[in-house]
Design a protein around this ligand. Structure first.
Ligand code: C2E
Ligand code: CA
Ligand code: CA
Ligand code: CA
Length: 284
């Protein structure tokens, strides 16, 4: 298509506004993406600062279109949500990531945790509890090492049915984390009402870490709040050694970001599994 233009995937990352025609093009193709095997899971390591070892990984979807190249999730997940395609795509994501985690756990001497993003549409529209239960049964994954990430906006809808769904998910033995923590919600009361296991401190805070003293105070407050509530804290978007050292000294439980690795295809995870020397400046 002329509108979407050539092989240049940068087209999708550079412009924030999707025109109507681009959208229709993407939507049309998205219907076939799953069937055509164009969707792929990438994985980004999460590091435990106490040991320096990889604790697990977050699964992040990629759409590799034969003509247009890599289309980032920010471009097509919203379309998948609006069209309802997120339900089959989301189930595929969950199954693929869980299968992969089983494989890593079998070949690797310690538990390898997997974090999977869940769209609010999956959470409220489909029979998410049955889906998760079925995938756990099919793959044989230990539910303890599966974490479902829900963005903070989900917790705005602090409804009865949402709390019931969350508790049912917890009853399966999985963990729940709040993604993009600190960006959306002004009241923290949901932290005491909902069965949450961890919070992921939003990247925007980390980005401003060295520039802004107030940001530093906010981050250390979030980490100690998490500790007091017995929640794990995860720093996401860690890009430098300085940032890593900061989170390590603050007692943050996990760190994730380009400093350790970008999200990578499955076969590139193996080389990172036993690495612990993150404090040594990397050559790349
Ligand atoms: P997210 O869940 O907040 O994921 C983190 C995003 O930050 C990822 O972008 C990741 O590649 C990026 N990132 C990680 N470390 C760094 C860093 O050090 N610096 C910078 N600048 N960025 C970093 P990605 O993979 O493009 O995903 C974007 C969003 O798309 C995700 O945000 C998530 O909301 C959504 N998404 C991705 N995969 C899935 C999926 O399988 N299902 C659903 N429902 N949503 C997904
Ligand atoms: Ca996430
Ligand atoms: Ca996030
Ligand atoms: Ca996000």
């Amino acid at each position: 298509s002329k509108v979407l233009g050539g092989n240049n995937y940068k087209f999708f990352t550079n412009s924030m506004n999707t025109s109507f025609e681009e959208r229709v093009g993407l939507e049309e193709h998205l219907h076939n993406a799953l069937g055509n095997n164009e969707l792929v899971m990438y994985y980004q390591p999460q590091i435990d600062p106490k040991t320096g070892l990889m604790y697990g990984a977050e699964a992040l979807i990629r759409w590799i279109h034969p003509e247009w190249g890599v289309i980032p999730p920010d471009r097509f997940i919203p379309i998948a949500e609006e069209t309802g395609l997120i339900i089959p795509i989301g189930e595929w994501v969950l199954r693929t990531a869980c299968k992969q985690a089983v494989e890593w756990n079998d070949t690797y001497g310690r538990p390898f945790h997997i974090a999977v993003n869940l769209s609010i549409k999956q959470f409220v529209n489909s029979d998410i509890v049955d889906t998760v239960e079925r995938v756990l049964q099919e793959t044989g994954l230990d539910p303890n090492i599966l974490e479902l990430e829900l963005t903070e906006s989900v917790f705005l809808e602090n409804t009865e049915s949402m709390i019931i769904t969350m508790n049912k998910l917890k009853d399966l033995g999985i963990r729940i984390s709040i993604d993009d923590f600190g960006t959306g919600y002004s009241s923290l009361s949901y932290l005491k009402d909902l069965p949450i296991d961890s919070i992921k401190i939003d990247q925007s805070f980390i980005r401003n870490l060295s520039k802004n003293k107030k940001t530093t105070s906010i981050i250390s407050t979030i980490i100690s709040l998490a500790q007091k509530l017995d929640l794990k804290s995860v720093a996401e978007g860690v890009e430098t050694l300085e940032q890593y050292n900061y989170f390590k000294s603050e007692g943050c439980d996990l760190a994730q970001g380009y400093y350790f690795s970008r999200p990578v295809p499955v076969d590139q995870i193996a080389s990172l599994l036993d690495r612990t020397e993150w404090d040594v400046k990397q050559s790349n």
